[in-house]
Design a protein around this ligand. Sequence first.
Ligand code: AMP
Ligand code: GLY
Length: 424
Amino acid sequence: MKILIIGSGGRESAFAYTLSKSPRLDQLFIAPGNAGTGAYGENVNIKVTDFEAIASFVLEKDITMVVVGPEEPLVKGIHDYFLNRDDIKHIPVIGPQQEGAQLEGSKDFSKQFMDRHGIPTAASRSFDAASLDEGLLYLEGQKLPIVLKADGLAAGKGVLICETLEDAKAELKAMIAEAKFGDASRVVVVEEFLKGIELSVFVLTDGNSYKVLPSAKDYKRIGEGDTGLNTGGMGSISPVPFADDIFLNKVEERIIKPTVEGLKKDGIPYKGFIFIGLMNVGGDPYVIEYNVRMGDPETESVLPRIESDLLDLLEGVAQGNLEQRSFTVSPKTAVTVMLVAGGYPGAYESSKEITNIENVKESLVFHAGTKEQDGKVVTAGGRVIAVTTLQNTLFEALQQATADAGRIYFEGKYFRRDIGFDLI
Ligand code: AMP
Ligand code: GLY
C-alpha cells in the first residue's frame, strides 16, 4: 500500500513510525511532515488544507490511502473533497466527512448529539447574540464554577472556567458581543462544571462496528503539579491505571456504543478515529468533548502499544469490514514527555539547534515542531519533540521517559518532570 499521512506534529510522527513497520506498506509520504518524519517516509511540502495540491500528489504517486492527522482539514471537508471528485473518490480517506467532523468543529452540535442519544455529559445551554440577555440571566441561576465554551474551533483556547458570576457574565459578553474568539464564539455553550479526573478513550470506526483502542491520559497544563496555562499537551501515559475494566465497560456501554449508533441513526457516515475526552466523576464517565482525530501527545503513547499491524485496522475502516479485523495491545506502560520551546504556550523563539537526540537509546523520539535548516535540525514550533518509552511498569516508564527527555538539548528547552507521577 502507498499511504499519505496529512500533518506535521508528534502525532503524525507516531503514525509514520507505526505504519512504517507494517509488512504491507510499500511507500509512505507525509505532508508536510517535520525533520523526523523523513526517517519513516518521504516528506512532501504541501499544506494540510491545500486539497487541490493533495489530490494532484495522490494521483501522481498512486496513493492507496490518506490518513488525516489534525482536525482542521477534516472540519474543512477534505474527505468530502475526495468524494466529490470522480478521479479520486475511490481513494479511502481515514477521517470523517465534514458533517461528522462537526462533533469537534461545533460544541453546540456535539452537545445536541449527546442529548439526542442519551450520552452522559454536563448539562448545558447554548446562547448567541439574539439570546445573550437570556444567557446572562441563565448564568444567575447556575452553580459556580461554570464553564463557557466557544462553539467553534479556537486552537484549544476556547474553554473558560469562571469562578464568579461577575466573571462569567463578563466573559459571556466578551465571547458573544465582542467576538473574543472571533467567529468561533458567535455561539457559546454554557456548561455545568464537572469535578473528577480526566482521561481519553480512542475509538476507530468504519461507521458500523468499532474498535476501542488503548486509553490515555494527557497533561495539559504547562507547569508541574498541573499549574499554569493550558497547552496542547505536555505529556501522556497509556494505559490509565484508574480506568479499570469496570469503568471502561461503562464507557463502552454508555458512551461508545450510543455514539457509533447515534451517528448511524442520524445518517452521518463516519470512517475514522473518535477521541472521547472523559471526566471520571466518582466512577461514572461523562463526555467533556469529542475530537474527530487522535490526540497529540496521546497518540505517541497509544500507538506504540499496538503490537499488531495498524494498517490492517485502517484497511478494515476503508473497506467497511473492521468487524473482521483484530488487534493486540502490549500490557506495558507507555509514557510520553513533551519537550517544548522556552516561553510556550506564550511567545517563543524558533530555529534553535537541537542536539544529542542520538543519546536517547531506550525511548522513541517523535519529532513535532522541528525542521531542517542548513543541514541542522532546529526548533520550529512550541511543542518540539515527544519522547516516548515503553516499560513493564508505570514507575520504570516514568523514570526512563523523564531521563531521556533530559538527554536532548536545545536552547530554552522545557519539559515537565512530573508527567504521570500523580498516578503512582
Ligand atoms: P475542551 O476544549 O472541551 O477539551 O476543554 C478544555 C478543558 O477544559 C478540558 O480538558 C477540561 O479540563 C476543562 N473542561 C471542559 N469542560 C469541562 C466541564 N464541564 N467541567 C470541568 N472541566 C471542564
Ligand atoms: N492532547 C489534546 C488534543 O490532542 O486535543
